[in-house]
Design a binder for this molecule. Structure first.
Ligand code: PLP
Length: 908
């Protein structure tokens, strides 16, 4: 689509090179924007030799006194040409060239003062969030992140005097969400006349969208993208029409010295000249690609599609739909295969280049870290982003089609004589069988040992406040429960929970209360409500003999038997189920959820309701970073199924669980959680994209009374609503901030993440102290860890009042220092555990021989030849046991390392 320029808006702001009318009879029309892009002319800066390309004034200083240029930090002729040119094509009076898009935002944010408030989108570029966090924590500016796709969500946050800036992006990356820049600018101006509306226009470029024409005060672009177009330089451009703002911006650039270098100004100027042709081509191919994918039935995000949300608004405020689009395949593994199968589309971050790029936002930002996948809302894990370049559109479509075929996402329909979409589950399954011919690898699920594990959880931010509607952040801790099922050959079912009251029991399978349970079909889900009749029957029957002193173990056995009876009705397999825990049981660290997940996963494997994924195909040399570092993510279906059953077990154990603990135990990583009510629907959302962090978890071993502590905060809120209200607001801010920092961490590096988290931990703990939920033992842990030479940040986690504290451990914290700290804490009577937070979710030890590290003496789970272990004795009830006795006798400190040493674990 050829854009047109709003002549009213441009004419007033700068001297266009459009010649004056020659005759009144046949006046010349103003030049189109594509002409302006290529015509680099500045009437007030004529070149002395008439050079047709702007020269590079590669000079730091200029001779003379009182001349226009003296020092390049303050001004440089090549830069002036560039700035003049960008102003011209942006409907701007002034433009400023700086060293990157982030430098541009930095200059803009320096307009703010402590106490000011910003309203910003909640789906901004990650770097923007990072910088906003910085000014929030270091400058004292309040940042409200709101959903700017809904102008009504912005209005309540506009304060007539405090709101100093509103920061917008449209469309967003990579979901192409649209904000009504014009309407929001108008609403802001009406309510807070002094507030500045700032727009990050990087996704569009001035060729397609000029927000100054719609009421924005300042616009900036990462010129690294479309303005330059070749991914060969970093630059940022700031444009505005207000003299007062221009003066302040120029002052900052001169003061901090982040103006663009002469050579980069030259390169950028050269790039801009071709922007119109590049964008026209990129955009028309994008439309073809989007339409092609849409016609195959994929969910496609592109404003050029008829049903794209906000399309009408976008059409009103822009001149085109841009060259970034994204689509969902319905299956992460399938998406990885598609991305890995393309040849012409390069796998790379960023966009705006003449070369076409493909990426999986979730996988690529996880490339160097454990994949923390989960089925949740937010950025879809299977999302593929396409940044369309200028290659021939038929080549790009052909390459994409080949990739879709190779991945099994589409297949030729003989009936329709065309390629049609294959349902995602079939695509993955078909390919697995085709590639490995091991489709039935666990077809005899009951004849083999299954070794499973699941992590515990900590609340990182937002405890207590979550009860009052604030977002909490929970993350997995790599202190795990392990579960092992071993086949028996004597018609008995046995359970041994070594770390839960050293529980041990054995039942005749046929004596279990099968009749009390309505049978559940192989694919049928457990209903929402528990089967109370079955619970009563188990309590009275198999558990009837157990004393009430072992209540934890009794509950665990109840949950296990309940699921066994529900899931194994047709199999009734004779097995032994042993559980170990490396995390303290009952300390508020989600031990019950990790137990529930292990039991659910083991029983689902035995009943063949879940099967483990195939070994993925070898990764091509072109796309090595999709290898997940050798890990094989468990399919989403498995994880969801395990989560549903773990939640059922949690209901048996807790009555009315929130579902957070089991979700963390299954999916790992971190998630945000909101309670329903408070004007919201509530729910969980995974935090995508962050790697695991080291934490010290210290159990104070002081009993806590969660109910009393929660009630105490409730009472305080009733008595001092304003005080508690402002604390809750501050905690909400911390959670929102933590969510963004964690999600962006792979992009911005650990140092900055650790610094941010450290500050937030200290701040959140202070608020919890003000709410009265800390305890002298927790304060002692906090002070011990904060004292030199440790200088660590600690907060209480969970209910407080004793309980546990979490301490963030920086990567460079020395082993010697850690040893000292651990012994100091132990001396004080505490139990410290060094662990990682945010790592993998549930895991299954792979049954594939090529994944085994075990010697031939110790057989892999799944291999049925009995090994030479005591279990092999003729009268042993265990058939094919290989690791059972080791599992039950290892000390808990050895357990993790030993389990890992057995072979490859397949994690969610
Ligand atoms: N804004 C958006 C929308 C971006 O995508 C980017 C970079 O990807 C930036 C700003 C930051 O620009 P730069 O990388 O040039 O600093």
């Amino acid at each position: 689509m050829a854009p047109t320029i709003d002549t009213k808006a441009t004419a007033v702001h700068h001297d266009l090179p459009t010649p004056d009318p020659e005759t009144p009879i046949r006046p010349r029309q103003p030049y189109k924007l594509s002409t302006l892009c290529v015509a680099v002319e500045n009437p007030s800066m004529k070149d002395q030799y008439g050079s047709s390309s702007v020269p590079i004034y590669q000079s730091a200083t200029f001779k003379g006194v009182g001349n226009e240029y003296d020092y390049s930090r303050s001004g440089n002729p090549t830069r002036s040409h560039l700035e003049h040119h960008i102003a011209k094509i942006s409907s701007a009076a002034r433009a400023f060239a700086v060293s990157s898009g982030m430098a541009a935002l930095d200059v803009i944010l320096r307009l703010l003062r402590p106490g000011d408030e910003i309203i910003a989108g909640d789906d901004l570029y990650g770097g923007t969030n990072r910088l906003l966090t910085f000014i929030r924590t270091h400058v004292g500016v309040t940042v409200h992140h709101v959903d700017t796709t809904n102008p009504n969500a912005v209005i309540p946050f506009i304060h007539p005097t405090k709101t100093a800036m509103v920061l917008l992006e449209s469309p967003t990356n990579p979901l192409l969400k649209i904000a009504d820049l014009a309407l929001i600018s108008k609403e802001v101006k009406e309510r807070a006349p002094n507030a500045i509306v700032v727009v990050d226009n990087t996704m569009m470029s001035p060729y397609l969208q000029r927000p100054l024409e719609h009421g924005a005060d300042i616009v900036y672009d990462s010129a690294t993208k479309y303005l330059s177009g070749h991914h060969d330089l970093m630059a940022g451009m700031i444009t505005c029409n207000r003299d007062d703002l221009a003066k302040q911006i120029a002052f900052t650039i001169n003061s901090v010295g982040n103006a663009l270098t002469p050579i980069d100004c030259f390169l950028l100027l050269r790039g801009v000249k071709t922007m119109a042709v590049r964008m026209d081509r990129q955009q028309s191919t994008s439309q073809l690609v989007a339409t092609y994918l849409y016609s195959l039935g994929f969910k496609v995000h592109y404003p050029g599609l008829p049903d794209h949300p906000g399309r009408e608004i976008h059409q009103r405020i822009s001149d085109g739909d841009g060259a970034v689009l994204s689509f969902e395949t319905g299956d992460k593994e399938l998406s990885e295969k598609i991305v890995g199968s393309t040849r012409l589309w390069g796998i790379s971050v960023s966009f705006g280049c003449v070369n076409s790029l493909i990426s999986m936002p979730c996988v690529m930002s996880h490339a160097s870290i454990d994949p923390a996948t989960r089925a949740a809302r937010g950025l879809p894990e299977d999302l593929i982003r396409l940044c369309v370049g200028i290659e021939d559109s038929s080549d790009l479509l052909d390459d994409l089609e080949h990739a879709l075929i190779d991945a099994g996402a589409i297949a030729l329909s003989a009936q329709q004589n065309k390629y049609i979409r294959v349902p995602p589950a079939h695509a993955v399954l078909n390919k697995a069988v085709e590639q490995l011919a091991i489709g039935g690898s666990n077809s005899k699920g009951v004849d083999q040992e299954w070794f499973v594990s699941a992590p515990g959880k900590v609340i990182l931010f937002g405890e207590h406040a979550v009860v009052h509607g604030v977002t909490a952040i929970a993350a997995s801790v790599d202190l795990r429960c392990y579960g092992l099922t071993t086949p028996r050959n004597d018609g008995k079912l046995s359970a041994r929970f070594i770390d839960i009251d050293n529980f041990q029991a054995e039942w005749d399978i046929e004596s279990l209360p099968w009749d009390a349970s309505a049978p559940l079909g192989q694919t049928e889900r457990h209903p929402e409500d528990l089967d109370l009749q079955l619970i009563e029957a188990i309590q009275a029957g198999p558990l009837g003999e157990l004393g009430s002193d072992k209540s934890q173990a009794r509950n665990a056995a109840l949950a296990f038997l309940y699921m066994y009876i529900k899931l194994m009705n047709t199999h009734r397999a004779s097995v032994h189920f042993a559980v170990r825990a490396t995390l303290p049981v009952g300390a508020g660290l989600g031990s019950s959820a990790s137990f529930s997940t292990c039991a659910a996963t083991a029983l689902l494997l035995l009943s063949q309701r879940i099967t483990i994924p195939s070994i993925p195909p070898p990764i091509s040399a072109d796309h090595p970073h999709l290898s997940h570092h050798g890990r094989h993510a468990l399919e989403r279906h498995n994880a969801e199924e395990a989560n549903r059953w773990a939640f059922t077990a949690e209901k048996i154990l807790h009555g009315n669980p929130s579902g957070v603990d089991n979700s963390v135990a299954v999916f790992g990583g971190a998630l945000t959680y909101n309670r329903p009510g408070f004007g919201k629907t509530g729910g969980m959302e995974s935090i995508q994209g962050f790697g695991s962090l080291r934490f010290l978890l210290t159990n104070s071993k002081v009993p806590r009374d969660t109910k009393k502590l929660v009630a105490g905060v409730g009472l305080m809120k009733q008595e001092q609503p304003e005080v508690v209200g402002s604390i809750l607001k501050a905690i909400e801010n911390i959670s929102a901030q933590a969510k963004r920092s964690l999600a962006d961490s792979s992009e911005f590096g650990r140092d900055s993440l650790l610094r941010d988290l450290s500050a937030m931990i200290v701040e959140n703990h202070k608020h919890l102290v003000s709410l009265g939920v800390s305890h002298p033992s927790l304060e002692m842990i906090k002070e011990t860890t904060a004292a030199p030479p440790y200088n660590l940040s600690t907060k209480l986690t969970g209910a407080g009042g004793g309980g546990c504290a979490v301490t963030l451990i920086p990567d460079d914290f020395s082993e010697a220092m850690m040893k000292d700290l651990l012994s100091e804490l132990v001396e004080c009577g505490f139990d410290p555990y060094l662990t990682s937070v945010g790592g993998s979710g549930m895991g299954i030890l792979s049954p594939y021989p090529e994944h085994s590290n075990m010697s031939s003496k110790v057989l892999l789970p799944g291999q049925v030849t009995p090994p030479e272990t005591p279990d092999e004795a003729a009268d042993s009830p265990y058939a094919g046991a290989s690791i059972r006795s080791l599992f039950e006798t290892k000390s808990s400190s050895e357990l993790t390392v030993w389990a890992r040493s057995l072979g490859k674990w397949l994690y969610v």
